[in-house]
Write a protein that binds this ligand. Structure first.
Ligand code: OOB
Length: 538
């Protein structure tokens, strides 16, 4: 069943035939995210689900808080199927908020903590969200005030805005619940094939690309990821990447840990000392990072000061992991490495924990589901010979069929037979492992954060002394890629510094991670034979 309202707002459902097939094969189960939490509360009751510093939640507490906060949201006027923006640091309260929304059948729109009011406003417009919940860390309160005052209220029928400050205890964070009775009858759940939430595609621009994931397709990807990552109830996972990211949520992520009744421990920082201390203290056995963090950790002198011997698996994904760094991770941490190549649009690939070291170091592994279809094509969409490099396209039981509310972009991003054009370049070996070698899409991958160059260029063209600008990604030892702006000034003697540029962009309220790391003043760009700036050459 698909909601009429969603269809009229541009949700592209799975084609009937494929949907029937995935159901028949048992991929899609008839349960929602809230059903999962309810089952977990019954099964794992007093087991600790989440820890952040001195705070912790058992499965039963998480369930009850979610119902309590959901009752509060409902009283505030949030209705079933409403889209609510959720922006959060890596704090424990976020889990309560997400499951509270699922409880009342509302749908979170997952924003990144780093997003500024510019992005938040665009995401609100695109999703037609009727509310915004910002969860901040104690250290971060100034930033929260900034966002809520700068944010212009869009013209919606209801605009609910709320900031939860993560304080010492839950009752302080959720002090608004004091007078609200917990009402177990208030919940109005979605069905499993409804949109559960919207996630953002990498490089969110003025027109954010929103990814609608259904309960059934997402839970299926979690269930398969649990198998691929060999999770069981002994899992103690450190969360260091942003909680709202797809990798952190489902590959296997915290949902995978909840699925088996394990424990997640949150860190707000990726600094080696901070993370090593948590690993030692809680005997963490699994963590997922991007290559830039892995690089920081393997090169950290503080490594020998902490006992990280509890670590069994380090997962690395989100950006290309070079084999030399991969080898260092295995040697220095004495762990199993698991490479993960995935995308918020759906498809995820894992190396197997039982693969040979050769495969683990050099490939991004195999597709998660036997029903995933991956094809490598040339520019005419023709399938190339096995082992040949080309464009990666995919469709399957948990890959979307279109972005939300973007019919024009969908015509370019998906093929007629429903394959998503990932924009990545790579090849398959004869064992079915994928090797990602590059990308065609105009995107910078800075420590796993995706940036669209044209968006930054657009902003900079409004700078009073800039005549023309080209933003590119350049290789960086620590970040993978850093952002460089090549600038042609209006007058030869115009003075432009990196500080000016940063200040100018900060004033536009865009995410910090999109701000150039470097600038170069040039007199001209290099062009391709069709007159486009030759980014590759630059
Ligand atoms: C993950 O998701 P997104 O949506 O932030 O980014 C997806 C893009 C991919 O299309 C690819 O360009 C790049 O990030 N990427 C990789 C990679 N993993 C992602 N490029 C090379 N090697 C890898 N291992 O980044 C994401 C979602 C779920 C699980 C893991 C990562």
């Amino acid at each position: 069943m698909f909601l009429k309202d969603d269809i009229s707002h541009g949700y592209v459902p799975f084609p009937e035939k494929r949907a029937a097939f995935y159901k028949e094969q048992g991929c899609w189960e008839n349960r929602t995210h809230f059903d999962l939490l309810k089952e977990n509360a019954d099964k794992f009751s007093d087991k600790v689900a989440v820890i952040q510093n001195e705070k912790q939640l058992t499965y039963q507490m998480l369930y009850e808080y979610a119902i309590h906060y959901g009752s509060y949201l409902k009283q505030k006027g949030i209705k079933e199927t409403d889209f609510i923006l959720v922006q959060s640091a890596n704090v424990i309260e976020v889990f309560v908020v997400i499951f509270a929304l699922y409880y009342i059948g509302a749908r979170p729109v997952f924003c990144l903590d780093g997003h500024g009011s510019y992005e938040i406003e665009n995401i609100a417009k695109q999703s037609r969200a009727v509310g915004y919940i910002r969860i901040v860390d104690q250290n971060n309160q100034k930033d929260a005030r900034l966002i809520t005052t700068q944010f212009k209220q869009p013209n919606f029928s209801l605009w609910f805005r709320q900031t939860i400050v993560s304080q010492n205890t839950f009752s302080e964070s959720f002090s608004m619940l004091a007078d609200i009775p917990k009402d177990f009858n208030l919940g109005a759940q979605a069905t499993s094939t409804d949109i559960a939430f919207l996630q953002l595609s990498g490089g969110t621009t003025g027109l954010p690309k929103l990814i609608p994931r259904t309960h059934a397709d997402y839970i299926y990807s979690v269930k398969e990821s649990v198998i691929a990552a060999h999770l069981d109830d002994q899992i103690k996972q450190l969360i260091v990447l942003p909680v709202m990211h797809n990798f952190t949520m489902s590959s296997p992520g915290f949902l995978g840990v909840f699925y088996v009744g394990g424990t997640v421990v949150l860190s707000q920082q990726s600094h080696p000392r901070v993370c090593f201390e948590i690993i030692e203290k809680y005997k963490i056995n699994q963590v997922s990072v991007v290559p830039a963090i892995a690089n920081l950790w393997v090169n950290s002198e503080s490594r020998s000061e902490y006992d990280c011997s509890s670590l069994d698996v380090i997962q690395v994904g989100g950006a290309k992991l070079l084999p030399t760094l991969a080898q260092k991770i295995v040697d220095i941490f004495d762990v199993k490495l698991q490479q993960v190549y995935g995308m918020a649009e759906g498809l995820v690939n894992f190396t197997s924990l039982d693969d040979s070291l050769e495969i683990i170091l050099n490939t991004q592994g195999k597709k998660l589901s036997i029903y995933d279809e991956i094809r490598i094509v040339n520019h005419k969409d023709e399938i190339v010979e096995l082992g040949r490099q080309g464009l990666i396209q995919t469709r399957g039981p948990y890959t979307i069929n279109g972005y939300y509310n973007l019919p024009k972009i969908n015509r370019r991003a998906f093929t007629e037979d429903g394959f998503y054009k990932t924009g990545d370049i790579g090849y398959l070996d004869n064992l079915g492992n994928i090797i990602v070698t590059g990308r065609e899409k105009e995107q910078i991958n800075r420590s796993g954060e995706k940036i669209t160059p044209s968006e930054i260029e657009e902003f900079l063209l409004h700078h009073p002394v800039i005549k023309d600008v080209c933003v590119i990604g350049v290789e960086d030892q620590y970040l993978g890629e850093r952002i460089k702006a090549l600038i042609i000034p209006k007058q030869n003697d115009d003075q432009i510094t990196l500080r000016d540029i940063r200040k100018f962009l900060i004033n536009k309220n865009i995410s910090n991670f999109k701000i150039p790391d470097e600038i170069e003043i040039v007199t001209d760009f290099q062009y391709t034979h069709v007159g486009k700036v030759n980014r590759q050459k630059l």
